[in-house]
Design a protein around this ligand. Structure first.
Ligand SMILES: [Fe+2]
Length: 112
């Protein structure tokens, strides 16, 4: 039986607890990613979608759920409002934010 939305959200909260509660992650609550969606909400949505895909494709024998959820939550851990970054020009954000997110994540968490 496929996981329900509530079950997926519970898994994300459980495995993502350390990240979701980290003081730097709170920056994502006040930065907007797409339209009115904060980077925090976007990151949770991506984590839920990753779990949903793994579940629907029956990938549990190949997926490290804990790492999948943490990676999804950290994929946009660049920790600034990209709309205002670089004096509002944010020309390079699309090319650099992944590396910035990884450096911040390595600094703040023990990653595998
Ligand atoms: Fe993203």
């Amino acid at each position: 039986m496929p996981l329900t939305r509530t079950q997926i959200q519970q898994l994300v909260r459980l495995h993502g607890q350390e990240i979701l509660c980290h003081e730097h992650m709170q920056i994502e609550r006040v930065c907007y990613q797409h339209g009115v969606v904060t980077t925090f909400a976007h990151s949770i949505r991506v984590a839920c979608l990753a779990v949903w895909i793994a579940d629907r494709l029956h990938l549990w024998h190949r997926v490290d759920l804990h790492s999948l959820i943490r990676a999804a939550l950290l994929h946009d851990y660049f920790l600034y409002d990209w709309h205002a970054h670089d004096g509002g020009r944010h020309r390079m954000h699309g090319f650099t934010h992944g590396g910035t997110a990884m450096r911040n994540a390595v600094r703040d968490f023990h990653l595998n």
